[in-house]
Design a protein around this ligand. Structure first.
Ligand code: TLP
Length: 349
């Protein structure tokens, strides 16, 4: 990777070990259930997440969509945070394709949804005016709120609320391994309160494509049909699944390095005049920061200068704000190069 690309962990290239196993992967037609490598990946994922079964799907968006369509029917409703990826970044697939209504409540600064807000949002099933509440969606880590991990205790409390009202809990766990790493807990413990959980192989875990959806056998069987309906039955996917196995076996155990690099970046940024950030918000692989109002350039001009002059890429998140995401290809040296470049751009204006 020649540029220093901090826009997201989705930009990660597969490792050389992944490329090797992809080359040698045993394959079959996965729509017939005959791809041995895809089957191995699904078994491994289900076991690691502590769920009965798993489904290999094309993307995090598809995993969430399948989960929601498998839990909810047309006219049903899910409760979701206003900054949840499922609500803002998935092209409204749940309403466009599933006729599922979203009851949107505020995502808090720590990425949680308030239990009181959830209670208010749950519809009275006896009132025929309302859609039927079926599901609550959580996101762990929360991508729009600094990549903050939701604790085991919080997740359990939402799980208990779901049991009380007979609702399903789906966790968009695109970065659940980052959450488990940051919290120092087993990923199974974080997944336990959820009826279903998705996670991405293609982000910090470096696989070139693919996500996993986990849950009970019958739910995954419904999901397999929905995946076909959505055009996601992909035949010889063992080539991709082989990289996914390395992602789970090898890449989930090294995420602390990415978190340490994010902290290194955040601490360095907080020393640069004209940059504001909240160090407490940096707990995983994301750093959200902003330019002081007095700075003569805005975020778009700053990223253009960094790209043009230093081959460094940042994600613009607002007129003066950015997101930087660390990952396998961002070493401590690359963090230091980035800090020096940002300092240089700001000093030159
Ligand atoms: N997130 C991407 C962008 O779409 C914003 C990113 O760069 O962070 N859930 C969460 C929490 C995500 O952050 C993402 C991707 C997804 C689901 C969707 O995954 P893909 O891109 O595989 O569909």
């Amino acid at each position: 990777m020649n540029s220093i690309d901090l826009r997201s962990d989705t930009v990660t290239w597969p490792t050389s070990e992944m490329r090797q196993v992809m080359h040698q992967a045993e394959v079959g037609d996965d729509v017939y259930g005959e791809d041995p490598t895809a089957n191995r990946l699904e078994e491994l994922a289900a076991k690691r997440l502590g769920k009965e079964a798993a489904l290999f799907v094309s993307s995090g968006t598809q995993a969430n969509l399948i989960a929601i369509l498998a839990h909810c029917g047309r006219g049903d409703e899910m409760i979701v945070g206003h900054l949840a990826h499922t609500f803002i970044n998935e092209a409204a697939g749940t309403s466009a394709l599933g006729g599922v209504s979203s009851y949107v409540i505020p995502t808090q600064l720590d990425g949680t949804l308030l239990l009181d807000d959830i209670r208010v949002a749950i519809r009275d099933p006896r009132d025929i005016h309302y859609p039927t509440t079926r599901q609550i969606c959580l996101e762990n880590t929360n991508g729009a709120m600094g990549g903050l991990p939701l604790s085991v205790q919080y997740t359990r409390s939402v799980g208990e609320l779901c049991s009380e009202y007979g609702l399903n809990l789906h966790i968009d766990g695109a970065r659940i391994w980052n959450a488990a790493t940051a919290l120092g807990c087993n990923v199974q413990t974080l997944a336990a309160p959820a009826d279903s959980i998705s996670f991405c192989l293609s982000k910090g875990l470096c696989a070139p494509a693919g996500s996993i959806l986990c849950g009970p056998h019958d739910f995954i069987e419904r999901g397999r049909r929905l995946r076909k309906m959505l055009g996601g039955g992909m035949r010889q996917i063992g080539i991709l699944a082989a990289a996914g196995i390395i992602a789970i076996e090898k890449m989930t155990t090294r995420l602390q390095e990415d978190h340490d690099n994010a902290r290194r970046l955040a601490e360095g940024l907080s020393d640069i005049p004209g940059i504001h950030l909240n160090l407490k918000q940096v707990q995983t692989n994301m750093v959200f920061f902003r330019l002081a109002d007095s700075t003569a350039i805005d975020a778009t001009q700053m990223t253009a200068a960094l790209a043009r002059e230093h081959n460094i890429r940042l994600d613009v998140r607002g007129p003066r704000s950015f997101r930087a995401v660390t990952h396998y290809w961002i070493t401590p040296e690359r963090v230091d190069i980035t800090l020096a470049a940002i300092r240089q751009v700001l000093e030159s204006i």
